[in-house]
Design a binder for this molecule. Structure first.
Ligand SMILES: *Cc1c(COP(=O)(O)O)cnc(C)c1O
Length: 345
């Protein structure tokens, strides 16, 4: 059988930028060290592309949410460097943690008991200091089931680190109060945004995710964090339309004059949602406006100002995350994790 031909869309990853971003976050975290949240397939950018880069630049602490995410990461890092944030929810998950050597994050009294009953061993402990998501409440920490745990890293998660909110200091205070209640080797509080809140928030280990992949959750990161991901696609057809003709579903764009247009091989099935309508692609110095609605597999752009661009040429969707978030009203997190599988082949 013939080889599969190359695709007409791709996600270009700037691996040097990824390495730079981890180093920047690690330096900003000092004297603590930076880990890496690699859940959701490295926020959609691909474990196999990103984890080896993070490992080689010096990262030793990796976090996923689900046990299903473990095998892909274990292809690249030793099990004791990987933690599962959702913790052991069943005896099967506890047994899997023990047999692989991956560290569970204990999130509740039930999980603490389940982990001990399955044989226990080194684990992490999540304390809820106000986000009211996963984690033990501070008043549960004196329970014998918690006291019996072999806690490597005690952690908590900030709800408002991307804002100048009084919540940050409140959570810091609650976390500090929790630390003497449980024997532990190390402590960790900050996500990406928390790294910029200063030394008080760093403890022994920080857990950035978004900023590794080019997100800028606080102004302190502007100019220090580099863009990592760029969606690119080929123009697969061009055509000329006359004044008064419309483009795309529901005919939402009407040509004001004769114009040349191009069909880009990228759509909402690839994660370029309809909220991109009204934005533009780029090709060299040319800005190419998106015309009409985004379709599942296609986006139509104007080519009148770019006579040299034609079928087979590639265009790029500007994916600077803070700018793109403003453009689309999606969060920087959503812009990364929504990117579709066809972009990654
Ligand atoms: C996702 C996650 C992180 C990383 O957060 P960012 O805001 O992406 O830096 C850190 N800690 C926990 C517990 C998480 O769930």
């Amino acid at each position: 059988m013939a080889d599969l031909p190359p695709p007409s869309l791709r996600l270009r990853l700037d691996i040097d930028a990824l390495a730079h971003n981890w180093r920047t976050l690690d330096t900003m975290s000092r004297p603590a060290r930076a880990g890496a949240a690699v859940k959701a397939d490295c926020y959609g950018l691909g474990v196999s592309s990103c984890v080896p880069v993070l490992r080689d630049v010096g990262c030793r602490d990796f976090f996923v949410a689900h046990w299903s995410e473990v095998p892909a990461v274990l292809n690249h890092v030793p099990p004791e460097h990987l933690s599962v944030l959702h913790g052991p929810r069943s005896t099967e998950e506890a047994a899997y943690a023990r047999s692989t050597g991956v560290r569970p994050v204990i999130d509740s009294l039930r999980q603490a008991k389940l982990w001990a009953e399955s044989g226990g061993g080194a684990c992490h402990l999540m304390v809820d200091t106000g986000i009211n998501r996963l984690g033990l409440s501070p008043d549960e920490l004196t329970d014998p089931a918690v006291q019996a745990l072999d806690v490597q890293v005690i952690m908590s998660h900030l709800a408002c680190a991307d804002e100048d909110s009084a919540m940050n200091a409140r959570q810091l205070e609650r976390f500090r109060a929790a630390l003497p209640l449980v024997r532990h080797a190390q402590a960790s509080l900050a996500n990406s945004a928390g790294v910029a809140l200063g030394n008080d928030y760093h403890f022994d280990l920080t857990r950035p995710g978004l900023a590794l992949y080019g997100g800028v959750p606080r102004p302190e990161f502007a100019g220090r964090i580099r863009q990592v991901a760029s969606p690119e696609a080929a123009i697969i057809q061009t055509r000329r339309i006359g004044a008064g003709e419309s483009v795309g579903y529901n005919a939402t764009f009407t040509a004001p004059a004769d114009m040349r247009i191009g069909v880009v091989s990228l759509g909402y099935a690839d994660g370029i949602l309809r909220s991109w309508s009204g934005a533009h692609f780029v090709h060299g110095q040319s800005r190419l406006s998106i015309l009409g609605k985004v379709s599942m597999d296609m986006i139509v752009i104007g080519l009148s100002d770019a006579p040299d661009i034609g079928e087979g040429d590639w265009v790029e969707l500007p994916y600077n995350l803070p700018d793109a978030a403003q453009q689309t009203a999606l969060s920087q997190y959503e812009l990364l994790t929504v990117l579709g599988q066809r972009l990654k082949h």
